[in-house]
Design a binder for this molecule. Structure first.
Ligand code: TA6
Length: 283
């Protein structure tokens, strides 16, 4: 593991082990690259991604916390919470017996804007880098009141051409279609991409496969049971509006996010911990 600081003062953690290489920005504890040995990169990062302090990085695996999407009441609070633009600390780097590397990051209380989150809470992220990748996002309620958490691991996966990609494993799941005013629908067959797609699949507990025929690979997503799955591709117009997706960037990515993003927000009792866990593997 090595640390490097780029010309913007951004600190990156570079991991190299017998199984894979990876890069994590200390801002947001945001994974920005994961390349299992012998594989093509699995994580998409926009060519226009700006590494500017306090600005969200387009791509990688952003940590959305302690709310998902726009804040329900304070319009000027940042979308997807403040965790992804805050400076985290790295607590531990451990080489496991199987040769994988586990890193533990902490979002310190000093990074919590008190006007946005006046609660005694800690957030940790345990990232394991190997031929598979695991992220375990742990919220700990240190306060005396219950807290309500919305969150997501907003991971951008790299695909050759999203128009040829199918998502398997969401068949018959109920989802909220955010492109159509949040209408509740039922998923029929695989998920395909022919337009802007922005959906919250509720309580989808089984594994999800991103099938990429052109790269001749499948990315398997295993997650803990209590979460929903957000599927997003901005397509042409929205990509242009976002401004940092890069030329035709939308064709080479799909977001499949382990989340508590809607009715499944987490109410965390005083002293309790909640784990948002996910594992990515390549088939
Ligand atoms: O996860 C999907 C989503 O909520 C979309 O609605 C879109 O807003 C996307 O996240 C990107 O959000 P960002 O704040 O990273 O531009």
């Amino acid at each position: 593991v090595s640390f490097c600081q780029d010309s913007n003062g951004f600190i990156h953690v570079d991991v190299n082990n017998p199984w894979a290489s990876a890069r994590i920005a200390l801002q947001g504890a945001q994974l920005t690259s994961w390349v299992p040995k012998g594989e093509e990169p699995v994580i998409w990062l926009s060519k226009e991604a700006s590494f500017l302090k306090g600005k969200s990085i387009r791509g990688g695996a952003p940590v959305c916390w302690p709310w998902f999407g726009p804040h329900e009441s304070q319009g000027d609070f940042p979308a997807h919470g403040f965790a992804r633009t805050a400076l985290w600390e790295i607590l531990r780097v451990e080489t496991q017996t199987d040769g994988t590397t586990q890193l533990t990051f902490l979002l310190p209380e000093t990074a919590f804007p008190k006007n946005q989150w006046p609660y005694a809470t800690t957030l940790k992220s345990h990232i394991t880098i190997g031929s598979h990748l695991e992220v375990d996002l742990v919220t700990h309620n240190l306060g005396s009141q219950p807290i309500i958490i919305g969150q997501a691991l907003h991971t951008y996966f790299r695909v050759e051409d999203v128009r040829t990609v199918r998502l398997l494993g969401l068949e018959e799941c109920i989802y909220l279609d955010k492109v159509e005013g949040g209408d509740r629908k039922v998923q029929k067959g695989s998920v395909n991409f022919t337009q802007e797609t922005d959906r919250i699949y509720l309580g989808a507990t089984q594994d999800i496969l991103i099938e990429d025929p052109l790269m001749k690979r499948q990315i398997r997503i295993t997650k803990n049971g209590s979460a929903s799955t957000v599927v997003w591709n901005p397509w042409i117009e929205k990509s242009a509006k976002l401004g940092d997706m890069g030329e035709e960037g939308y064709l080479h990515m799909v977001c499949v996010e382990n989340a508590n993003a809607a009715e499944d927000m987490i109410t965390l009792a005083p002293g309790a911990e909640h784990h948002l866990w996910v594992r990515y593997s390549i088939l």
